[in-house]
Structure formats: structure tokens, C-alpha cells
Design a protein around this ligand. Structure first.
Ligand code: R7I
Ligand code: MG
Ligand code: MG
Ligand code: MG
Length: 311
């Protein structure tokens, strides 16, 4: 049966939440064995999400509130969005937020404008962390075109991440989510075309180089560890967004395998698996995600409701 747009929207948000929560126990490990991952997949306990999903929810809620207030309005209001992110951190500071971003959110909470707060860390350059990319996928639900989605990706990023690489990462992940959402899961995904689409989004040489490396990696078999060694698996956007795209393109038709592959890469496992999971979920839909994972994920009901409001 054809996968509906609504199910694909649900899949995008649930895939992000599942990748985050399944990957979280392994964050920072250089190696993740199959037996430990299988044990985590089959455990009866709730799947607990981290900052990745907390901020994805905050962005999705902002987009839904904007749409409800006035469907003709611009999708993002930067000042309000900055407040919503800072509130999400204040409510649940224990969800594993990065060291730089908690300073930014603290300043925003105190009333410092986001354009100053975002530059108050790392010597005035701002963060190049993947925190803007890890939360960005919901913009693909409201983007009217690839270009519009990319614009929304950048605008959602700047409120906390002043460094261009953090912003490029968010734009690239937003674009990838849009393309995955538009793709027909009944037709094989053309990864060359997919990467060409992404190549039009970010022109910075370091990012173009990463896209070339993804294409090269896809021409042969490679272990997740090898992919991580070539593309990176760290908290910097440049070291994790392309890695998540690779995890998706390795297994574009099997969302659970996308998430497993991403976690086996090691390093920033919650974030890489969350970004990859959003892409696979957007392509294959919520019904293609393992139901026993969805049942264990704490914010499942909220994610589904937001997907329905945004689809
Ligand atoms: O970007 P951000 O929200 O990080 C998200 C990551 C994900 O893995 C989450 O799961 C969570 O664990 O954190 O938070 P930031 O604190 O802005 O960036 C993350 C880290 O990247 C920082 O704590 C720094 O270690 C590093 N970093 C930098 N280091 C040096 N110079 C980011 N920007 C810089 C920099 O400019
Ligand atoms: Mg996290
Ligand atoms: Mg920096
Ligand atoms: Mg992480």
C-alpha cells in the first residue's frame, strides 16, 4: 500500500526521536557491539530521549503554533523560537545539552538578544556543534520547496549557533529531510541525485568535500567504523551531519537498519542516529518503524500529534 504523506511526516518526527533515544546510551563510545545494541533494542524499559528530541519538539511546536495562529504568516519567528529553545533547556536541563549551548540558552533566558547570546561563546565565533542540525528536521514538514526549507533551516539555526558550519549543517540536514519526505519509497532512491540536490545547498568547500566522500563510500562496502573514520563521528556539525546522511543512504529502505548503522558508527551516537532516523522515517513512514520501539518512546504521542498538525 502506498505510504501517505501523513505517515511520512509522523515517520520523520518518530525516526528522529527513536534514533536519539536508542543511540543515547552509547554516546561517546568509540565502538558499539551488535550484542549490546540488540539488548538495548529488546529491553522492556522506556526509551528516554535527550536534548536532540527536546529541541526538535520545541521547534515543531513553534512551527505548529505559528501555523495555527495564522497560516499565511512566515513559519518562523526568530525571537520567539530562541525563547522556546531556552525554555526547553530550563524545563529539562538534565537531558544532556552541550556545554556551549547551555551558556547561550542561559543568556537568552536572562533577556540577552539571541544574536548577542549566540556569539558569547567560543571566542565570539559561536558554536560549530551539531545542535542546530539535530533539531532541524521539522522545518521540512512546512517547507514549500527545497529552497524554502533550506532558508528555514538556516533561520532556525542562527538563534543559537553563530558559527557558519553549524548553520550549514542545519541547512544540509533540513534539505536532506525535505528530499527524503518527497521521495517515493516504492521507487529505489537514486543516491547520486540525492547528493546532487544536497550539493546545491551548501557551497563551502569542506562540505562539498564531505559530499564527495559520501559518494565515494557508497561505491563500495564499508563498515560503520570505517565510515566514521572517513566522515567523522563527533559533536561538530561537519563531523556528524554528512555521517548521518551516509547512514541513511546506506539503508534508505529500512529505517531500523539506518538507525542501527548510525549507532554502530560510534561517537555522537544519539545525534547521528537521530538525524539519520529522521531521514529514513521521512522516506519510509511511521508504519515502517518497529512498533515495539515506538511503544517504548516516551514522547511518541506528542510527536505524532505534532506531525499531524504539520502535515
Ligand atoms: O551544538 P550543541 O547543542 O551540541 C549538541 C550535542 C549533541 O551531541 C547532543 O546530543 C549533545 O550531547 O550535544 O552544543 P554546543 O555546546 O554548542 O556544542 C557541542 C560541543 O562542541 C561543545 O560543548 C564543544 O565541545 C564543541 N564546540 C566547540 N569547541 C571549540 N570551539 C562547539 N563549537 C566549538 C568551538 O567553536
Ligand atoms: Mg543528545
Ligand atoms: Mg566555534
Ligand atoms: Mg549527541
Amino acid at each position: 500500500m502506498a505510504v501517505t504523506r501523513n505517515d511520512k511526516c509522523r515517520g520523520l518526527l518518530l525516526g528522529a526521536g527513536l534514533g536519539d533515544a536508542l543511540g543515547a546510551p552509547f554516546e561517546g563510545r568509540s565502538r558499539v557491539g551488535s550484542a549490546t545494541l540488540t539488548a538495548e533494542e529488546e529491553a522492556p524499559s522506556n526509551l528516554v530521549h535527550t536534548d536532540d528530541t527536546a529541541l526538535t519538539l520545541a521547534l515543531a511546536e513553534h512551527l505548529a503554533a505559528r501555523r495555527a495562529a495564522n497560516p499565511l504568516d512566515d513559519a518562523i519567528d526568530e525571537d520567539t523560537l530562541a525563547q522556546r529553545f531556552a525554555e526547553a533547556w530550563r524545563r529539562e536541563p538534565w537531558r544532556g545539552f552541550g556545554g556551549g549551548i547551555i551558556e547561550v540558552f542561559g543568556l537568552i533566558h536572562e533577556g540577552v538578544p539571541w544574536h548577542r547570546a549566540s556569539r558569547a561563546i567560543f571566542g565570539g565565533e559561536g558554536s560549530f556543534g551539531n545542535g542546530a542540525a539535530m533539531r532541524v528536521a521539522p522545518v521540512a514538514l512546512v517547507g514549500r520547496s527545497l529552497q524554502h526549507t533550506v532558508e528555514l533551516g538556516y533561520r532556525s539555526a542562527v538563534v543559537s549557533h553563530a558559527h557558519p558550519d553549524a548553520q550549514h549543517g542545519a541547512a544540509l540536514q533540513a534539505a536532506a529531510a525535505f528530499l527524503a519526505l518527497c521521495s517515493d519509497p516504492a521507487t529505489p532512491l537514486d543516491s547520486t541525485l540525492f547528493l546532487q540536490g544536497l550539493g546545491q545547498v551548501v557551497h563551502a568547500p569542506a562540505w562539498q568535500d564531505k559530499l564527495d566522500r559520501i559518494a565515494e563510500l557508497l561505491t563500495r562496502r564499508s563498515t560503520p567504523q570505517h565510515a566514521g573514520a572517513i566522515l567523522g563521528n563527533g559533536v561538530a556539525a561537519l563531523e556528524s551531519v554528512p555521517t548521518a546522511v551516509l547512514a541513511f543512504l546506506r539503508n534508505p529502505d529500512d529505517s531500523a537498519e539506518t538507525i542501527r548503522y548510525a549507532i554502530h558508527i560510534g561517537g555522537d551516537t544519539d545525534t547521528i542516529a537521530s538525524m539519520a532516523g529522521a531521514l529514513a522515517g521521512a522516506r519510509n513512514g511511521a508504519k515502517a518503524l518497529p512498533t515495539r520501539w515506538i511503544r517504548r518512546l516516551e514522547p511518541t504521542a506528542r510527536l505524532v500529534e505534532l506531525a499531524d498538525r504539520l502535515s
